[in-house]
Write a protein that binds this ligand. Structure first.
Ligand code: FAD
Ligand code: MLT
Ligand code: ZN
Length: 471
């Protein structure tokens, strides 16, 4: 092992190879504090060439490499195992924006760029970079690509995959694949880019990417509305899709229980809607025409929704500050859950046509089998993506509760997901958290194909082993 560290010094300066426990510690525990691993070293390369040399060295010595970005992932994908033999390769020093191509409407950037910095850089040039999620102040574009992150703008602009036109990747053999042409069309055989996106660091290390940019909207209007049932929220979504079409950029749902938890930890974020409705929906419209145009459209659709009995109350944000408060109320649910203690996350998608049945049946079963349990159900309803998270009954120790109930609760919810033809991961990925259940969920053929791909691209199994698939 000392020999490896010695050879690493030929690639990186000493200060970019962390071996002391206190230096490594911030890289070894995930955001949820659910996983803590050990590492031989944490390395901080600055260039794709350095990444390639590190991987070559690891490949020659059968040492596993765990790629890491902002370490905000929810599935333990960026946390090493506890052998102390793996190397964590954190990309934060690779944070250069290489180019903004105005005519091509693209940005070419390195994997360690923080998402929020990318949004800001794009805005300076009058562009929108639409990927947006609660962790945007610390997650990195390489991590977003590796997890195919979703977030709150998917409804209009798609997942991270849909925003990506090209990648630069270091392979498991330590070669650099340059696929950064930034083309909107390229049918020359297998799509390698799509193979690496969403592979959670198991097939290659993403070092740079070309991402799409969009014109900045002139005006955005945000509203909170109260709905009595899941059926009403879906009918409301369909109404907005029909009337606002591509102006609809956000449609997020929060249940009464989710907002109650939020208010407990962040009292300043009380729901402005009257009477704590069963479902609160946050809707955002973005327009490239004028403020008056979008405001008028929003009011007309809301009127129609009232008349159809789909909503009971609505508050339109009358300033940017108020709109931000509405969004914070939505995004703080994750933080409120973290403050409340360990919880069970479910990051599922259900076809919209089955969503009502899913929620009704799963809520009933959960309350029957786990009296007092808190169902913190919220999420990107426009994408059929629910964060159907579970907190123990009030007063019950979360760790003790999870120890006994984690598996049966996952099983109950995933059985409902299967019944409704959904997916057990809409956006957070598999990592180590969902590794065991994946075969059953994907089916044998799909799971075997995934293993074949992993073996073909990483025959030595050195890139993030035992994450996503075990070979
Ligand atoms: P990390 O956590 O560092 O890594 C995630 C995975 O990608 C790991 O498997 C890692 O090995 C791999 N990886 C990282 N960088 C690279 C690279 N350069 N090359 C190859 N593999 C790499 N996610 C959503 O999708 N939608 C949300 O709305 C959302 N909201 C969130 C809100 C909060 C408050 C938090 C804390 C997280 C949220 N997340 C959400 C989860 C998380 O932010 C995303 O998964 C994000 O994309 C992870 O980026 P990261 O840089 O932190 O990656
Ligand atoms: C979000 O959308 O806020 C996160 O992805 C959900 C979560 O914390 O489970
Ligand atoms: Zn989410």
């Amino acid at each position: 092992m000392n020999q490896i560290l010695g050879e690493l010094h030929q690639i990186l300066e000493q200060k970019f190879i962390l071996t002391a426990d206190q230096d490594k510690a911030p890289y070894l525990t995930d955001w949820r504090k659910r996983y803590t691993g050990k590492a031989l070293a944490v390395v901080l390369p600055k260039t794709a060439q350095e990444v390639a040399k590190i991987v070559q060295l690891c490949a020659a010595n059968q040492i596993a490499v765990v790629p890491q970005g902002g370490h905000t992932g929810f599935c333990g994908g960026a946390t090493p195992d506890d052998s102390g033999k793996q190397i964590v390769l954190n990309l934060k020093r690779m944070n250069t924006i290489r180019e903004i191509d105005v005519a091509n409407q693209t940005i070419t950037l390195e994997a360690g760029c923080i998402l929020q910095a990318v949004q800001e850089k794009a805005a300076e040039q009058d562009f929108l970079f639409p990927l947006s999620l609660g962790a945007e102040g610390s997650c990195m574009i390489g991590g977003n690509l590796a997890t195919n992150a979703g977030g709150t703008n998917v409804l209009r602009y798609g997942n991270t995959r849909d925003l990506c036109l090209g990648l630069e990747v270091v392979t498991a053999q330590g070669e650099i694949w340059n696929g950064l042409k930034g083309l909107r069309k390229d049918n020359t055989g297998y799509d390698l880019r799509d193979l690496f996106i969403g592979s959670e660091g198991t097939l290659g290390i993403i070092t740079a990417a070309v991402m799409k940019l969009y014109p900045l909207p002139i005006s955005q209007w945000t509203t909170l509305v109260a709905a009595d049932s899941v059926a009403s929220t879906i009918a409301l979504l369909n109404l907005f899709q029909k009337r606002a079409t591509s102006l609809l950029t956000g449609f997020e749902m929060m249940t009464q229980e989710s907002l109650a938890l939020n208010e407990k930890h962040f009292p300043q974020m009380a729901n402005p809607l009257k009477g704590n409705p069963p479902y609160t929906v946050l809707i955002e419209l973005s327009d490239h025409e004028s403020e008056a145009h979008v405001r008028q459209l929003l009011e007309t659709i809301l009127e129609e929704a009232f008349e159809a009995g789909l909503i009971a109350d609505a508050v339109i944000a009358n300033s940017l500050a108020q709109a931000n408060t509405f969004w914070q109320m939505r995004e703080h649910i994750t933080l409120a859950q973290a403050q409340e203690g360990a919880n069970l996350k479910h990051d599922i998608t259900i076809p919209l046509s089955a969503l009502e049945s899913f929620i009704q049946e799963t809520d009933t079963l959960m309350r029957l089998k786990y009296p007092g349990v808190r169902i913190i159900n919220f999420g990107h309803l426009g994408d059929g993506n629910l964060h159907y998270n579970i907190a123990p009954p009030l007063g019950v120790d979360p760790k003790a509760f999870n120890l006994v109930n984690e598996k049966p609760i996952h099983d109950l919810i995933y059985a409902q997901v299967e019944r409704c033809q959904g997916s057990i991961s809409a956006e957070h990925g598999v990592g180590q958290l969902k590794l065991d259940g994946l075969r059953a969920h994907k089916g044998e053929v799909a799971h075997d194909l995934m293993k074949i791909l992993k073996r073909a691209l990483d025959p030595q199994n050195i890139l993030n082993p035992h994450k996503v698939v075990s070979i």
